[in-house]
Ligand binder design. Sequence first.
Ligand SMILES: Cc1ncc(COP(=O)(O)O)c(C=O)c1O
Length: 389
Amino acid sequence: MNQYATPAQAAEARHLLQVYPQLGIEPTGADGVYLQCGDRRVLDLYGGHAVAALGYRHPELLAALDEQAKDLFFQSNAVALDVRARAADALIDFAPDNLERVFFANSGAEANENALRLACRLTGRRRVIAIEHGFHGRTAGAGAVTWGAADSWYGFPAQPFDVDYIARDVADDVADKVTSDTAAVILELVQGVAGAYDLDPAFVRAIADACHATGALLIVDEVQSGVGRCGAPFASHLYDIRPDLLTAAKSLGGGFPCAALLTTATVASELRAGDLGTTFGGGPLACALIETVLRVIRRDGLADRAGKLHEQLRAALPLGPVTGLQGKGLLAGLRCSRRARDVQRELLAADILTGSSADPAVVRLLPPLILESRHIDQLLNALAALPAE
Ligand SMILES: Cc1ncc(COP(=O)(O)O)c(C=O)c1O
């Protein structure tokens, strides 16, 4: 019997490492918030894992890519570019007020790796505190602060720094863990892989205060939560905190691979030429798309809309198998009365693609930010038709 759900899956299996669980669809095209899968039109509430911020075939994104490709396809960071300066200006304009400098990178893990390295180097300390159930990427440093990695895929014989975890939302543990030995605390305000779990604001405040008191740097990983997804430009705005280092990726380029590390003027003043580097980060194509994504999100009020769509969803629950909602904006977790994997499969049978999470009871939504109220209605109608138990 054929073990593959689609012809492309069988074709990939010829030579690609089989390291990714498969969603079991084969999109042949996409437009707006819909994927075309043969003759099926599937509502995409997964967004290529929170990446397709402006959906598919967005005219301004396509035009920016086309124009930049024709003007100047690539130059390294050894050459200053106006498009790179504009992307940095737009990002700083979008970010929390205290963040004034940007380093462009290629992936969320790379941005986090650099943030962790800067924190250890600038503080001269070797202990990093992370939060249970957090995910930060698969490189040596980012994997070292990813909950559960050491037991499953990490693989390096040693971690580059000491790591300690704080249980989620246990504010009383913060003072014991964040001390004058701590280089940094790294956290996701809304833990994506964990199932869009939004941390308690009082817990986050306790961490921010402890960092301030001990000189530890606060690294906020907004790789999944940032760029308008949570109902504000960044989740840091919602929580009203001022990170020393903030990382962004995924939605940032609307599907073009890119990432950014943002920091304060104080941290920036410690850095000299040669301290950070990358070949592809800050390339002109990525920068043209970053500028476009941020402009469209701002102009079309997509961050606000993400918050409103979350409220539309909340108002309709409980419904079918969904008993509760967590997360913020369009990084949302549907808590289910039965296995999330089954609910996800049943929604896909109704032509709605959703994400799974590390929590077996949570279906995750990470759709394009151009989603509209009628698409939430489509989801709600499909959920209403599913059995509760
Ligand atoms: C919060 C968070 N940080 C970092 C990463 C790693 O990003 P990348 O896969 O671009 O390296 C991810 C990826 O899912 C993520 O969700």
